[in-house]
Ligand binder design. Structure first.
Ligand SMILES: [Mg+2]
Length: 333
């Protein structure tokens, strides 16, 4: 069966966009010109039981919340503000009315907390798996959406927050750990990682403010892993990049649990998916403004490298350069 990227590329080749479409298939979200001073941003995301989540690892409330969170994150990745959402579900007969109530509550709790109105959706039945499709609609000032295609040689590369915890959370869930035991320090750190996996917090305010500030040249949210998502920027912007191993902000829980779990914390930070942090580039003369913006947001931002004219993606470690293959997650469909 062809991979996700191959299918998207086939659909992209056949899509005929009208002149009202500023950004079509292939970015985090589409951007459509409206009559006034705002552009419309639209995207959707499908979550499938057994592929994106397992019922034995999480609860209905977190599933509903995450389904909406990952879609809103794509609006933030365009530098926009999410305003409306729709959610369609295909429900398997095994699910109780309480489960469905909790699923809806999780979605509404997040929507209410970030000013998003749920305006529709659809329900259907499924033989044995739960499917959730979420559509988000947002907006940004006209012509100001930040795509993956705007990076220029010399740009600094920034990432919000820290990386690796969501992938560590997935590993812990696969090993049978749950959120139930959080008595000591190790258990608490496991809990942080599992929560980052099950209940990600999209960087909505940061995305909107980066968009309003016009500081970013290209932006994407980290859903497939830093190496893969940076690669998407490099492909669309037709340039290369060098990132510095020592600069990558590895999540504290990944550093602290790395040895015990016999994992390489840097590999988790470079390739782990589902972080929903923002990855963006900005001109070096805007360095101070970027850090000032994030100071007001009280959010960590780290300069991890820079964009080059070409030459692919490289990792600088201990003074030497090594080629870095995009090794993040691609959903097999
Ligand atoms: Mg995305």
């Amino acid at each position: 069966m062809p991979g996700e990227l191959k299918i998207i590329s086939e659909i992209r080749k056949r899509a005929r966009a009208s002149t009202d479409v500023s950004v079509g298939i292939g970015d985090d979200a589409a951007v459509i010109k409206l009559c006034g001073e705002r552009d419309l941003i639209a995207c959707s995301d499908l979550m499938v039981e057994g592929v994106h989540f397992r019922l034995e690892w999480t609860d209905a409330e977190m599933i509903g919340r995450k389904a909406l969170a990952v879609t809103l994150s794509d609006v933030a990745a365009m530098g926009g503000a999410p305003r409306f959402a729709m959610m369609s579900v295909a429900l398997a007969g095994k699910l109780s009315p309480e489960f469905i109530d909790d699923l809806i509550r999780g979605m509404f709790d997040l929507a209410d907390s970030c000013g998003v109105s749920i305006i529709g959706g659809d329900t259907s039945s499924s033989r044995d798996s739960l499917f959730i499709d979420t559509i988000a609609i947002g907006e940004c000032p006209r012509g100001r959406a930040i795509t993956r295609a705007g990076a220029e040689a010399g740009n600094d590369i920034y990432v919000t927050g820290s990386l690796g915890a969501a992938a560590l959370g997935l590993t812990l869930l696969e090993q049978g750990f749950t959120l139930n035991d959080e008595q000591n320090k190790v258990e608490k750190e496991r809990g942080i990682a599992i929560r980052k996996q099950l209940a990600p917090e999209p960087r909505l305010e940061a995305g909107r403010l980066i968009g309003e500030s016009s500081l970013a040249m290209a932006m994407i949210d980290i859903s497939d892993g830093l190496s893969t998502d940076l690669w998407h920027i490099l492909e669309e912007s037709r340039c290369g990049a060098i990132i510095h191993a020592e600069a990558i902000p590895i999540a504290e829980c990944v550093m602290n649990l790395g040895e015990e779990m016999m994992i390489d914390p840097l590999a988790f930070a470079l390739h782990g998916g589902e972080e929903y942090e923002l990855l963006f580039t900005a001109r070096p003369e805007n360095h101070t403004q970027v850090f000032e913006l994030f100071k007001t947001l009280e959010l960590q931002v780290t300069n991890i490298g820079h964009i080059t004219q070409g030459g692919g993606l490289h990792l600088e470690r201990n003074g030497s350069l090594e080629s870095l293959a995009p090794s993040g997650y691609e959903h097999m469909i």
